[in-house]
Design a protein around this ligand. Sequence first.
Ligand code: ARG
Length: 466
Amino acid sequence: MKKKKSQKKLWGGRFRKELDRAAKDFSYSLAVDKELFSYDIKTSIAHVKTLARAKILKVGEVKRLIRGLQWVEKHLRGKDLSKFYKDTEDIHTLIQNTLEKKIGVLAGKLHTARSRNDQVITSTKLYLKDKISVVIGKITNYQKALLSLAKKGEGIAIPGYTHLQHAQIVLFAHHLLSYVAMAQRDKERLQDTLKRIDELPLGAGALAGLSFPIDRMYTAKILGFSKVSDNSLDAVSSRDYIVETLSHIAVLFMHFSRLSEDFILWSSQEFGFVEIPDEFATGSSIMPHKKNADLLELIRGRAGKAFGNLVSLLVTMKGLPSAYNRDMQEDKEPLFSSIKLASDALDILSKMVPQIGINKNRCMIASSNSYLYATDLMDHLVKQGVSLGDAHSLVGQIVLYALEKGKDLSKVSLKELKKFSNFFDIELSRFLKPEQSLAKRKTYGSTNPRMVKKMIQKWQMRLRKK
Ligand code: ARG
């Protein structure tokens, strides 16, 4: 029976009829997986070399195939591929068809001893290795940006908040260093995932391994994998390391979102600690006085997409029977999306953060609220032998007394204090001060200015090495 000629597929002999137009539109993935183009070419070239080593291809064939693939890479790289979307199933098909146009029927031999099932995940792993390393580098830049703002704010104190209520004084730099530490773990998580990606799937075939005697270690070496997968079913059907990557990016965004929230609050009139640079703020079409931290809001908002991408793939994978199922094609959109979300947000933050202005005066005014030092007063009593319970209650009573009198805690005189306890021996006006409070912090990792200075240096050295 003669078949209608259409764009060549990698399968079809078994079918009498063409795939329905609507079914094509529904299932073709080139518009998405074109992102794998250069990785898929690499996978194919390594595959040809492996076939050559196993003497499955002749020397002349190998040369023509490799040259052909290099030509396809040059010919299509950076080109608008949209004209192929309608009639080309996926990126593998496009490369194969373009190769065939160039070198003829020999192109058909490229797919010897391979399935798209082991091919697609090999190319995806190459993509992952590449992009995760790029994201890791960008996280380092972001950490450096936070450090540079921390240095700019060295010595400036702000109220630290718990429950968004004034708690205890902290250094502005100390607050920023907390985000540097979070970013470090984000980076380490991604680095750790690279270990699990570092395993070659190619050679697993469709699911059961190959009947051709190919040397998988050789392919692994060419593609930069340090080992090959131990189980062909696992190799073609696992996507856990993509889930991991999406999860790490989700956590990264959870941190971005909190940082954004801090800066958005701090740039409000009520706080006024920071000024968002003009280049990263927007105005209102109706309220001419406004300056909005839209970029930070968008980063905070995109956390929703990053979380969604993770959930999307988890749910896609959850009910699948073993081995390859077409559902797995849906892994790429969330993956490409999250990589782009992370790269874009990291680029913006790395540019914006060092340019954020610090309003020293507003920080000082906010830090002069003497209630921020009530804990220091309690600690002082404890150091003189008062039990913590009693000290807590005494300071609580004094706070209430001052609030009722409508005066600042530091304005309560020693005479008044003595009415509460004879353990009081100091004038609060001298005691309840930011410098005093900060210098009293003794523990490693505290907001003591000398500690924070050391930590800035430690991070500078650590990040320089990368
Ligand atoms: N486009 C497919 C994907 O991304 C390639 C693998 C197709 N394999 C198959 N057996 N249909 O998953």
